[in-house]
Write a protein that binds this ligand. Structure first.
Ligand code: SF4
Length: 478
């Protein structure tokens, strides 16, 4: 049987995927192998996913961003679902979770996998419940059947809600918002109806065997994540985390790659605590967090409330951030929501990478600052995280081509443009002399480097479209 990435890494082999990742991340191939072998990083790469451009999730690498897509009972056509995948990849998602619960799930999933250059994740429990008719009618046979089918289809990672146990349920009774994870509420409902232990926990070793066969990566679900800051870091959340630590080690024993999901809603001063605790309990397995939202008061702006928590989590060591859109808690996101959510999360991920001094991360900032200070508007747009947004905001007030050379914008106007005033002063001979004498201008000009590539490279993409990566538009001129 072919080995999984972690088995190959433990055997000392550097796989093709590891070489590709080393190239994307600016790292030595041996470093990639070591991280995978130790379980501190995962390469979600089902061996049946032919269109995949391999990537890595681990705290020593660039922080990754996931986007959720999927149909519902009311919206279910193949073209729309493919368009959602295209949008998510175009705006920079590093992985995409297909959380569809509508009709035609198999065909949509297969088409996603066929076309996606990024790993595809799923929650097989949703399809199993749909087939069973209700949570209470789920059986372990059906769960295993659905998991195996999705593994054979090429799903790269699956959320498995095996950590919530019957003994945890009483711990949620005093919560303000109960159990908010969909998978968690389904498993709790099953355990209450049957008076038995979580079936996913009971057949965990069998799931491991399926994952090892196809090299599917675990994303161990946090069924008891807090749904409000009032419930953050409570006994229920941390009791489940202890089980996730046990399941992490059992997955590794089977030669399966594991990452662990995290909250949710957590106030700012407790975000780092969550990351540090998960890293300790789960022996450094990558932490994949949803936000967290740092306050509950801003429906309509939860891409912001959660990106604040995500940035803190990234700095503290979270490896992947699951995006939240402005529609969180309110409705199904549309394309503009996906764009806003991904922008917020790519900012959070990049801010974390800069804070953690990831190789090359700040080069992007420095190049944009240089373009800004020299009024190179076209270069600013090209380097911007969202070039179309930057260009359109600028052109709303100064649309003419001549303003692409202007030494001001409409914010302060020509007379009060501080950067122009500063440059003029610098150009003034007397000021130059004064600066030299007082050593005010001692710091050297920043070296202009290319923005970092690796996380969002445009090469290797399939026919569905290209992710935007600053620096790719003029690649042929470089
Ligand atoms: S006008 Fe103000 S905002 Fe615009 S470039 Fe000058 S300093 Fe910056």
């Amino acid at each position: 049987m072919a080995r999984t990435q972690i088995q190959a890494a433990r055997d000392g082999e550097i796989t093709d995927e590891m070489y590709r990742i080393a190239d994307r991340e600016n790292r030595e191939p041996e470093f990639v192998r070591e991280q995978v072998a130790s379980g501190k990083a995962v390469i979600p790469a089902n061996r049946h996913h032919d269109a995949l451009d391999p990537m890595i999730i681990g705290r020593k690498f660039a922080t990754k961003v996931n986007a959720n897509i999927g149909n519902s009972e009311t919206t279910s056509d193949l073209e729309t679902e493919l368009e959602k995948l295209h949008t998510a990849v175009h705006y920079g998602a590093d992985t995409v979770m297909d959380l569809g619960t509508g009709s035609d799930l198999d065909r949509i999933r297969e088409t996603h996998i066929e076309h996606s250059p990024v790993p595809i994740g799923t929650v097989p429990l949703y399809e199993a419940v749909k087939q069973a008719g209700s949570p209470e009618e789920l059986t372990t046979d059906l769960l295993l059947e659905v998991i195996e089918k999705q593994a054979e289809q090429g799903v790269d990672y699956m959320t498995i809600h095996a950590g919530i146990l019957a003994e945890h349920l009483p711990l949620t009774e005093s919560r303000k918002t109960g159990i908010v994870s969909r998978g968690g509420s389904i498993m709790a409902s099953w355990m209450e109806a049957h008076g038995e232990q979580n079936p996913l926990y009971q057949v965990y070793d069998e799931i491991c065997a399926i994952f090892a066969t196809h090299d599917v990566t675990f994303s161990l679900g946090d069924s008891l994540r807090p749904g409000s800051i009032a419930d953050a870091c409570d006994e229920a959340q941390y009791a489940e985390l202890d089980v996730l630590g046990e399941l992490t080690r059992r997955g590794w024993d089977h030669g399966v790659q594991v990452m662990v999901e995290g909250p949710g809603h957590v106030p700012m001063h407790r975000v780092a605590e969550n990351v540090e605790r998960q890293q300790a309990v789960c022996d450094g397995a990558p932490f994949y967090v949803l936000g967290p939202l740092v306050t509950d008061i801003a429906p309509g702006y939860d891409h912001i409330t959660s990106a604040i928590g995500a940035a803190i989590a990234a700095q503290a060591g979270a490896a992947m951030l699951c995006y939240v859109t402005p529609k969180e808690h309110l409705g199904l996101p549309d394309e503009e929501d996906v764009r806003d959510g991904l922008a917020a999360y790519r900012i959070a991920a990049h801010a974390g990478d800069v804070a953690n001094e990831r190789p090359g991360a700040q080069d992007w900032d420095d190049a944009l600052s240089e373009a800004r200070y020299t009024f190179d508007w076209r270069e600013q747009f090209r380097l911007a995280l969202d070039p179309d947004r930057a260009r359109s905001f600028h052109d709303q007030t100064l649309p003419g081509d001549n303003y692409k050379e202007a030494r001001f914008c409409s914010m302060c106007g020509v007379e009060f443009c501080s950067m122009r005033i500063d440059q003029d002063a610098r150009d003034d001979g007397e000021m130059k002399q004064l600066r030299q004498e007082t050593d005010l201008d001692a710091s050297p000009a920043a070296e202009v480097n290319r923005p970092p590539v690796g996380t969002h490279e445009s090469d290797g993409l399939s026919s569905i479209g290209e992710r935007h990566e600053p620096g790719t538009e003029q690649a042929s001129d470089d």
